[in-house]
Write a protein that binds this ligand. Sequence first.
Ligand code: ADP
Length: 460
Amino acid sequence: MKRKIKKVLVANRGEIAIRIFRACSELGIRTVAIYSDEDKNSLFRTKADESYLVGKNKSPIEAYLSIDEIVNLALNKGVDAIHPGYGFLSENPEFARKCKEVGIEFIGPDYKVMEKLGDKIQSKLVANSVGVPTIPGVEKAVTSEKEAIEFANYCGYPVILKAAAGGGGRGMRVVEDEKDLLDEYHSAKNEAKKAFGIDDIFIEKYLEKPKHIEVQILGDKYGNIVHLHERDCSIQRRHQKVIEYTPAFSITEEEREKISNDAIKIAKAVNYSSVGTVEFLLDKHGNHYFIEVNPRLQVEHTVTEMVTGIDIVQSQILVAEGHTLDSKEIGIKNQDDVNIRGYAIQCRVTTEDPLNNFAPDTGMIDIYRTGSGFGIRLDGGNGFTGANISPYYDSLLVKITAWSRTFEDATRKVSRALREQKIRGVKTNIPFLINVLNHEDFTNGKCHTGFIADNPELFD
Ligand code: ADP
């Protein structure tokens, strides 16, 4: 069944809200922004056709989590679809269900699929059920100290404790030694309860120096699913991605194919529709293990768009309207139709001070000059001369993505664009990003997830 979407509300802020407004405008769809009181002077709200204040008496974060208020606003303003972006309510099945109940299209997977995949333990079970390898670990939440000790002894240290409901690199603790296990177990439970409202913790083997490889998937509402190839997101700090690129040239063709096929298997197992990402870790022997599915648009979707030429956000909207992948609107006949060209690298410029342990910096931006030129794409939202960087939100200021024919050229290009980017008034991580790009391990594709921690000279 097809239903033309005429008006989209974006339940998000900053760069991703702007990214989605742009996709909508190009499709002839009217856009609605919501904003918190804290964001009343933020740029993103001026990029929508209409904008409304939400969460008047709530905290700056809570404002964007006000499910009932947002759904009611959408109903009152004649909105027929809501895009949740990433973060905030994007992985909240209750929000998706409420939208559906009132006849508003939620631009994302079905809430039942979100329920199945939102919990990291459940999603590992899905992977196991279709023969996709997962990291050895307990298959249910650990319920006692005894269970935690038994499992850690069984698989050997180091182990990682994870919050079943975790996300954004939070709620994870690596335990090197038995003496720390119980303390960490209780702290992890408390932390999970505070951050996610659920204190289910599970344990798995901690892989040493793996690569993080993920696969972008896109499915329509009729069971057709393709992958848009993989991304290498191994450059991480504290389990959070800093630089992402595609293709993952340092792994073999055979590994790439196996990983992509496994991503499709998992997507098919839950009859996935919309865009999503299936994440894997790859150990130094080339074995890959599924870790989780992100049932939403991701920060790093830009690099995939650059090499495939597919607008992921527009495809997501068109799928939500009921178009098939092979429709003339989306135009992907089958998997062989998804070709890639060249290399793309994305750097996340944040308002963090690398010389002060990446402490977030805030205040007024006095000077904001952007890097640009052939092959450079900027996705920003909070950065301009005179903008005020608030302490309440994510410190992502702008994403700089470069495309070029070779990886070496793309590296040089993104590095050049970073040097052109002049930001004064608040500290940024730009010097750190340039140091990473200049490192020979980066150029050679040798980076694993421990690369930044192993090379403190990158902060200088
Ligand atoms: P989140 O949902 O918080 O992003 P993920 O499960 O996706 O958490 O993991 C984020 C990162 O944490 C991975 O990319 C990897 O660097 C690290 N990580 C997670 N599980 C393991 C593991 N078992 N062994 C080693 N590193 C891990």
